[in-house]
Write a protein that binds this ligand. Structure first.
Ligand SMILES: C[S@@+](CC[C@H](N)C(=O)[O-])C[C@H]1O[C@@H](n2cnc3c(N)ncnc32)[C@H](O)[C@@H]1O
Length: 252
């Protein structure tokens, strides 16, 4: 790929999503963008990139950015963050929001939906402890294809075998032929605005850094008392900024 094409593409993707592509990833650009070029009836990638650069066509720019996302996910991914949510974050939030009895959660890069659905199941499983509380989950993703998949709430046998306890599969899913179907909650899912892509990307990166440093801290203080954890967790969500970013939406 020509240097100027790489520069144009990596700048486009960074500005619209926050994703950083280094020169050693140019093979990835080529392999992922060739199908996009074909979809827009271009025979060669350089021809496609050239026409996008000249016309700045929003549909093509969006398609390029979406093609560069990596959508790997699974139910209760890595287990630990969900354990931490249940053991540390949720108790701290219940204490902090006792007056309102309402909690809003934003999954800022929800891919095909396994993460927000895992959270929804975890919360449902808390049952009586949360009776009378109102939970809202909003899940957004840059990729429209992923948002559509998440809204459909239908997963393959392979997908439900990754991370999902069998009891939860039996309790919350219905088997329809070779798919496992959740009650559909299309309103939980929204496409992330690519116009705000860089900002969203920075937020996602900050969240990743935060999760990483939290994991490091957790490792260091594994034997310290729970109370100290709960106090620290109170500082987690940037409240008003996140509230502005998350319109209302009910949890199933
Ligand atoms: C590797 S998946 C992670 C999914 C899920 N959070 C998990 O941990 O299982 C990353 C997702 O982030 C999305 N993404 C990347 N940049 C984004 C942005 N700026 N705003 C919203 N979503 C973004 C991608 O489309 C992709 O689906």
């Amino acid at each position: 790929m020509r240097g100027e094409d790489f520069d144009f593409l990596s700048r486009t993707v960074r500005e619209r999503s926050g994703l950083q592509l280094t020169q050693d990833k140019s093979y990835l650009l080529e392999s992922r963008l060739m199908p996009v070029a074909r979809r827009f009836v271009a025979k060669r990638l350089d021809e496609f990139v050239n026409s996008v650069r000249q016309r700045q066509d929003q549909e093509r720019l969006k398609a390029i950015t979406e093609a560069m996302t990596t959508n790997e996910t699974l139910f209760f991914r890595d287990a630990k963050p969900f354990e931490q949510f249940k053991r540390v974050v949720l108790p701290a939030l219940l204490e902090a929001r006792a007056a309102q009895r309402a909690i809003r959660i934003w999954c800022a890069a929800s891919s095909s939906g396994q993460e927000p659905y895992s959270l929804a199941m975890l919360i449902k499983e808390e049952g009586l402890r949360l009776a009378g509380w109102r939970f809202e989950i909003l899940a957004t993703d840059l990729s429209q294809e992923m948002v559509d998949r998440a809204r459909a709430g239908a997963y393959s046998q392979f997908e439900v075998q990754r991370g999902l306890p069998i009891q939860l599969l039996m309790k919350y899913f219905r088997q329809i032929e070779d798919r496992w179907q959740l009650p559909q909650r299309a309103d939980l899912f929204r496409p992330a605005d690519q116009g705000a892509g860089a900002r969203a990307g920075r937020q996602a990166a900050a969240q990743r850094r935060h999760a990483l440093s939290r994991r490091r801290r957790d490792r260091a203080r594994r034997h310290r008392p729970l109370r100290a954890d709960a106090q620290r967790a109170r500082h987690l969500p940037p409240g008003p900024a996140r509230r502005r970013a998350c319109p209302r939406s009910d949890l199933a």
